[in-house]
Design a protein around this ligand. Structure first.
Ligand code: NAP
Length: 436
């Protein structure tokens, strides 16, 4: 029997467990036991806390992870914090292989003057707030000014702009948490500016997600036609980007007269955030496109008045002391997933914060192949029994998948009409609900 610990219960963690089960789970394959460890009492990482609450169809993939979790091979050990309750070194002693599937929950810093002013928020915190992540449930973002800036031209920036622009009714059927729904319903924000340092051809927004902006109840996207390159140049784009740019062209052609606008401000590089006690304006430098797809500053600056700045410029994996880390790329240093003997990284912790949920599937299967290559046979390590003994000694209350199912049922029972769940947003509430 092989014993594998996977740290992190998001998509990368569950796909890795599924792959290990398929590889070693058969009658002649020798067997495997996989413990998925998570510091929260609730599983599914980015599916629960990152995917937008109004994108329920994407969240449905958690049913696939549930099937893995309910099998013989895989166990969920929630409420166990690696680094606090148990160290990676201890896990390496207990298990034949340890997989870091910790995602990238930290914001890449903006690194400009004023980025520490109240009202400047990273997307990890803002998204975590409206999704009810316990770390960010108390964020209370300022929504009292007429304008907000959202920095970045990727899908996270789109999510944030859309959430800021929607009416209460448009959240019907979503699992946005009550505190965010109430705060957004009172929001005075009437203008959301999406700030991109390069141009329309360089956006990282996917067509389906960008197209949604054209179908909002009270808000409309606005694109300055002068920012768009000649239409003939779109032919050189990769098909997805070409489709996205098609949406931008349609937005530029439409005449938007709506109470809320989402303004695309291209060729605008943030250089400073100003305000007396809180953010009052974002200063950007006008850029011009370069032939290689880059952009250079023109020296011309202007101010965008705003009471909230959400920076959606990418994420980083938190380092763990003693584990090789690539500072520049913001992820564990690894060679195709191998970090150290017995230690692997998968998903965003391996390759950085790119790709869709589905990209983590081949990643998980690749790591299972590496583990199979590296493990010569059963080592006699204690695996989960050893972890249980250690955690019991330390008085750590582990949350099982069955416990999670009780928490999940309690969240469903208290949902608003038409909503799939009302999440518990504090760890103590989650722990209490498992006894329901
Ligand atoms: P992303 O796609 O990498 O986009 C980051 C954006 O931030 C880019 O436009 C980038 O511009 C800009 N940026 C980076 N550093 C900057 C700086 N210092 N100043 C100004 N702008 C800066 O990242 P993301 O939006 O965080 O998304 C992460 C991943 O999750 C992506 O693969 C995304 O597709 C995926 N995702 C998917 C969905 C969905 O499918 N519904 C939803 C959310 C996220 P440059 O291009 O100039 O660097």
């Amino acid at each position: 029997m092989r014993h594998v610990a996977v740290i992190g219960s998001g998509p990368a963690g569950y796909y890795t467990a599924e792959a290990l089960d398929r590889k070693f789970g058969g009658p002649d394959a020798g067997g495997v036991r996989v413990d998925i460890i998570d510091r929260l009492p609730v599983p599914f990482g980015l599916i629960r806390s990152g995917v937008a609450p109004d994108h329920q169809s994407i969240k449905a993939v958690s049913r696939r992870y549930e099937a893995v979790a309910l099998g013989e091979t895989v166990r969920f050990a929630g409420n166990v914090s690696v680094g606090t309750n148990v160290t990676v070194a201890e896990l390496l002693d207990l298990y034949d292989a340890v997989v870091l599937a910790t995602g990238a929950p930290l914001d890449k810093p903006l690194g400009i003057a004023g980025d520490d002013l109240p009202g400047v928020i990273g997307s990890a915190a803002f998204v975590g707030w409206y999704n009810g992540h316990p770390d960010h449930a108390r964020l209370d973002p300022p929504l009292d000014a007429a304008a907000a800036c959202v920095i970045g031209n990727g899908n996270v920036a789109l999510d944030v702009a859309r959430i800021l622009a929607k009416t209460r009714e448009e959240f019907a059927g979503s699992d946005i948490v009550g505190h965010a729904l109430e705060a957004l319903a009172e929001s005075r924000i009437a203008r959301v500016t999406l700030v991109g340092r390069r141009g329309p051809h360089q956006i990282a927004m996917t067509p389906k997600e960008l197209g949604e902006l054209g179908h909002l109840a009270r808000a409309a996207p606005r694109v300055d036609p002068a920012d768009l390159p000649p239409a003939a140049a779109d032919a050189a784009l990769e098909p997805g980007t070409r489709k996205s740019v098609g949406h931008l062209r349609a937005f530029a052609a439409a005449s938007a007269d709506r109470p809320v606008t989402i303004d695309f401000d291209f060729f605008a590089r943030p250089v400073e955030i100003e305000g007396a006690d809180r953010v009052e304006r974002l200063i950007v430098e006008r850029t011009r496109p370069l032939a290689d797809g880059g952009a250079e500053g023109t020296g011309e600056t202007y101010a965008i008045p705003c009471g909230l700045v959400v920076s959606c410029i990418g994420y980083r994996t938190p380092p763990i002391p003693g584990i090789p880390y690539d500072e520049r790329l913001g992820r564990f240093a690894n060679t195709d997933g191998r970090v150290m003997p017995g230690l692997y990284a998968v998903g965003w912790a391996r390759r950085g914060p790119t790709g869709t949920i589905g990209t983590n599937r081949p990643d998980g299967y690749m790591i299972a192949d590496l583990i199979a290559e590296d493990l010569s046979g059963a080592s006699g390590k204690p695996g989960g029994a050893g972890l249980d003994a250690l955690l019991a000694e330390r008085g750590v209350e582990t949350v099982t998948f069955r416990d999670w199912q009780r928490i999940e049922a309690a969240e469903a029972a208290r949902a608003r009409d038409g909503a799939p769940r009302e999440k518990f947003v504090h760890v103590a509430e989650m722990l209490a609900a498992r006894h329901d």
